[in-house]
Ligand binder design. Structure first.
Ligand code: SF4
Length: 206
């Protein structure tokens, strides 16, 4: 089992093959070669290089929104998808405007598209936020399918729920980047819970 998260050696960052931990993934030489080969295939090569250049060009200067714009520009995209959460509708409108000002056509689809009650797909009534009331289900598969139909070149996720984002990633045909993740408690900053994992959030995260 690989345990990079707990590694204190970090030989990967300094090219020090002599000090690899016993369970270091870099000992998987065949797999590492295979992974390198994947960066060479056409659908990955330009995208990966462009993304990596952006990291350097705007390092500690460009916020993620700008980095996303630059990625689209430098890849020559003209049409992008925006899959957003209803709870972040205001932010979605602002982001769509920013992307349009950058010259992109923006296809945006809200999570509640379809307007179908949660119980239709098997969610028990008692597990609604407000049982007994109509509650539209989040519909990440439809969001992805709609953007697929529009042939968007890159899809941007804004604030989809945990797990719903996973399903969107699964069904999206275009590559996906995430501008923000949903955290209703921490103003969409889940890292806050990690910063305080040994303190105020200790009893609230598991
Ligand atoms: S790749 Fe190897 S050296 Fe790098 S963090 Fe993981 S275990 Fe440590």
């Amino acid at each position: 089992m690989y345990t990079c998260a707990d590694c204190a050696v970090r030989a990967c960052g300094v090219r020090d093959p002599e000090s690899l931990p016993a369970n270091c993934p870099m000992r998987e030489t065949e797999l590492m070669e295979a992974a390198l080969g994947e960066y060479d295939i056409p659908e990955n090569r330009d995208f990966y290089i462009t993304a990596s250049e952006i990291e350097a060009l705007g390092y500690c200067q460009w916020p993620r929104v700008r980095e996303t714009v630059e990625l689209c520009r430098r890849m020559g995209y003209s049409k992008v998808g925006l899959a957003f959460c209803r709870g972040l509708s205001r932010e979605a409108k602002v982001l769509a405007g920013v992307l349009r000002r950058a010259g992109l056509n923006v296809v945006s689809v809200i999570c509640k598209t379809g307007g179908v009650d949660k119980t239709i797909c098997g969610i028990p009534e008692e597990h609604k936020v407000h049982p007994g009331n109509f509650e539209p289900m989040c519909n990440p598969i439809a969001q992805a399918m709609l953007l697929n139909r529009e042939h968007t070149e890159l899809n941007i996720v804004l604030g989809l729920c945990v797990g719903h984002d996973s399903m969107f990633y699964k069904y999206s045909e275009a590559l996906v980047t995430t501008i923000a993740v949903k955290d209703r408690v921490l103003a969409h900053n889940p890292l806050g819970a990690l910063y305080c994992a040994e303190g105020y959030f200790k009893d609230r995260i598991i």
